[in-house]
Design a protein around this ligand. Structure first.
Ligand code: MSP
Length: 522
C-alpha cells in the first residue's frame, strides 16, 4: 500500500505583499511535495494565509480600508505569486474562512473544557511583530525583541491562559525521544532550552486591543490569540471537527511535515504540540525549519528598500517560466542554513547548472544522434543496466530519495548536477565523435544511448525543481510525460526514431547578462 504524505507550509501574514523569503519556503515545500508525488499518489500540500491580528488591523487602518479588504487584496497577491511560481498546492486556506473560524472556536472551547485554559490578570511585554508576549529573558541586552529589534509594549490585561507548563515535561520527553522530530537537529537544543523557561501563555486579547480576530466563544469581550487561530489551520483545512472529523482528516493527519522558518519553531514545536496533546491528537512526524534568505547578504526590510518580489526576478530576467528561479531558491542553502539572493549569483548558478551542464549535454548528444544515426536509436545500441552510467544513475536515484527523506533539498539538487557532471566527463572520456570518425559505429551508438538514458533520468529527478525544463527534455527525447520514480530504471528509451534536426533546441537559454531584477544594468 502506498503511504500518504501530508505537507503544510507556514501561512503568510497578509499585511504586505509576498517577497522572495516567503517564496523560498513555498518553493522548498513544492519541490518536496512534487518529489513525494513521484513516489505516491497520496501526497497533499497545504498552504495559506494568516489573516487576523493587530498588524493587519493597523495596516488596514493606515490605508483607510477594512481589514477584510486588505486581506482580500493581499491574499490575491500571494495566490497569484504562487501560481506564477507553479506552486502545486492541493489547498490554500485563509484563516478568515468560515469553516476555519467555526472550528477554531470549537478547539478553544475544548481546551477550556479540558481545564487547560483559564482566565488570569497579567502584565507582560507584548511585541506586535511577533503577535506574542515575550519572556524578559529572551530580550536583547537593550530590552528589544530579538526578531524585530523593537521595544515591546507593556500591557496589563485580563486574558485567557493556556496551561503550557503542564505539558513541559511531556514535551521535553517527546523531543528527546524523537531525535528527528525537529529538523535540522542543530535546532533541538535551542528548543529544549526554551522549554526549560516556559510558562503558561496568554491565548486571548481583549477585544478593545485586538478587534480583528476570532471571538472567544461565549465571551464577547475577548478575541482568540492569533497563534491558536493560525496553528489550527493545519487541521481545520482538512476537515478536523471534534465531534465529526472528515474522512480526509482521518486519512491525512498527523502531518508528515510542517515546513516553517527558523523564527517560528517555538510556536510549532512547543505551543502547537502542547495544543495537540491537549486535544488528544497525534503529533506531526517532523517540523522542518528552514533558514532565512538575505539579499546581497543583508536582511530584507522595507526600511532598507531591498525587498524583492518573486515576480520582479521573473520579469527582470525575462523568464518564460519560473524554473530557473525555483532551482536557484531550492539550492540556495544547505539544510536549515540561511541563504542569499543576488542577481549575479542567480545568473551564474543557473547558467552553469541548467544551461551549460544539463542543457548543453542534451543538445550536443541529440545533435550527434541526428548527425551519425539520423536521430534513431537502433535496438543493438540499448545497453545493459550494469554499465557504468546505469549504475551511477541508480545510485543517484537512491541518494536523492534519502536526501529528501532528510529534507536535504539543496543537497539533492547537487546530486543531480554532479551526476550530470559525471555524464559530461563520460562524454569527454569516450569521445563519440572520435568513435564515429573511426567508424566504430556500434560503440558510438551505445555511448549516445547511455547519455540520453542518463538525460531521461536527469529530467525525472530534476522535475520537482524545474517542471518545465524537465518536460521539455522528455519532449525532445520523444518520451511520455510521466515523472513517476517507477520510470527510473535503465533501458526506458526504446529503439526507433527519437528526434529530428529541427526539433532540437536548448532547454534553457543562458540568462542575458544585461538583465537584473526589474532594471537593466549599466
Ligand atoms: N503567520 C505566521 C506563520 C503562522 S504558521 C501557523 C508568519 N507569517 S510570515 O508571513 O511572517 O512568515 C511566513 C513564513 O515565511 C515563515 O515561515 C517565515 O519564516 C518565512 N519567511 C519570512 N521571511 C523570510 C525570509 N527572509 N527568508 C526565508 N523565510 C522567511 O510567521
Amino acid at each position: 500500500m502506498q503511504e500518504k504524505f501530508y505537507l503544510t507550509t507556514a501561512i503568510d501574514y497578509v499585511n504586505g505583499a509576498p517577497h522572495i523569503g516567503h517564496a523560498y519556503e513555498k518553493i522548498l515545500s513544492d519541490v518536496i511535495i512534487r518529489h513525494k508525488r513521484q513516489l505516491t499518489d497520496k501526497a497533499f500540500m497545504l498552504t495559506g494565509t494568516d489573516e487576523h491580528g493587530i498588524k493587519i488591523q493597523k495596516t488596514a487602518a493606515s490605508f483607510g480600508i477594512t481589514p477584510k479588504e486588505l486581506c482580500d487584496q493581499n491574499f490575491n497577491q500571494f495566490n497569484s505569486a504562487w501560481k506564477e511560481l507553479e506552486i502545486s498546492y492541493d489547498k490554500i486556506i485563509r484563516t478568515t474562512d468560515e469553516q476555519h473560524k467555526k472550528t477554531v472556536k470549537q478547539i478553544f472551547k475544548k481546551l477550556l473544557e479540558n481545564g487547560d485554559i483559564y482566565k488570569h490578570k497579567y502584565t507582560g511585554l507584548y511585541c506586535s511583530g511577533c503577535e506574542s508576549f515575550l519572556n524578559p529573558k529572551d530580550l536583547t541586552p537593550d530590552g528589544l525583541c530579538p526578531n524585530h529589534l523593537k521595544k515591546p509594549e507593556e500591557i496589563t490585561e485580563e486574558n485567557y491562559f493556556f496551561r503550557l507548563s503542564k505539558y513541559k515535561d511531556k514535551l521535553a520527553q517527546y523531543i528527546k525521544s524523537h531525535p528527528d522530530f525537529i529538523i535540522p537537529s542543530f535546532r533541538v537544543n535551542e528548543i529544549l532550552n526554551q522549554l526549560e523557561n516556559i510558562e503558561d501563555i496568554s491565548v486571548s486579547r481583549t477585544k478593545a486591543s485586538v478587534r480583528w480576530a476570532i471571538e472567544v466563544p461565549e465571551d464577547e469581550e475577548q478575541s482568540i490569540y492569533v497563534w491558536i487561530d493560525a496553528l489550527s489551520n493545519y487541521i481545520t483545512a482538512i476537515g478536523y471537527d471534534i465531534e465529526n472529523p472528515s474522512e480526509q482528516f482521518k486519512e491525512l493527519w498527523p502531518a508528515n511535515v510542517h515546513v516553517i522558518g527558523k523564527d517560528i519553531i517555538k510556536f510549532h514545536s512547543i505551543y502547537w504540540t502542547a495544543i495537540l496533546m491537549s486535544l488528544g491528537l497525534p503529533l506531526p512526524e517532523h517540523i522542518f525549519a528552514h533558514g532565512w534568505i538575505t539579499i546581497d547578504q543583508s536582511k530584507m526590510s522595507k526600511s532598507l528598500g531591498n525587498v524583492i518580489a518573486p515576480h520582479d526576478v521573473l520579469q527582470g530576467f525575462n523568464l518564460e517560466h519560473p524554473d530557473a528561479f525555483r532551482y536557484y531558491m531550492a539550492s540556495a542553502a544547505l539544510i536549515g542554513r540561511d541563504g542569499n539572493y543576488s542577481d549575479e549569483d542567480f545568473k551564474e548558478k543557473v547558467n552553469a547548472d541548467l544551461a551549460n551542464n544539463i542543457g548543453n549535454l542534451l543538445n550536443r548528444t541529440l545533435n550527434m544522434l541526428v548527425k551519425y544515426f539520423n536521430g534513431e536509436i537502433k535496438p543493438e545500441s540499448i545497453t545493459s543496466k550494469d554499465c557504468k552510467i546505469a549504475i551511477m544513475a541508480e545510485n543517484t536515484k537512491q541518494q536523492i530519495i534519502e536526501a529528501f527523506n532528510k529534507y536535504e533539498i539543496a543537497e539533492a539538487a547537487n546530486l543531480i548536477v554532479s551526476f550530470s557532471d559525471s555524464v559530461n566527463k563520460y562524454v569527454t572520456e569516450n569521445a563519440p565523435w572520435t568513435l564515429a570518425k573511426e567508424g566504430k559505429m556500434h560503440e558510438c551508438a551505445q555511448v549516445l544511448y547511455n547519455i540520453l538514458e542518463a538525460m531521461r533520468h536527469i529530467a525525472i529527478m530534476l522535475s520537482p525543481y524545474c517542471p518545465n525544463i524537465a518536460a521539455d527534455i522528455l519532449v525532445q527525447l520523444n518520451e511520455k510525460q510521466d515523472f513517476s520514480y517507477s520510470n527510473l530504471y535503465w533501458g526506458g528509451i526504446k529503439s526507433g526514431q527519437i528526434t529530428q534536426k529541427d526539433k532540437i533546441k536548448p532547454v534553457f537559454l543562458r540568462l542575458d547578462s544585461e538583465f537584473a531584477t526589474g532594471k537593466k544594468k549599466g
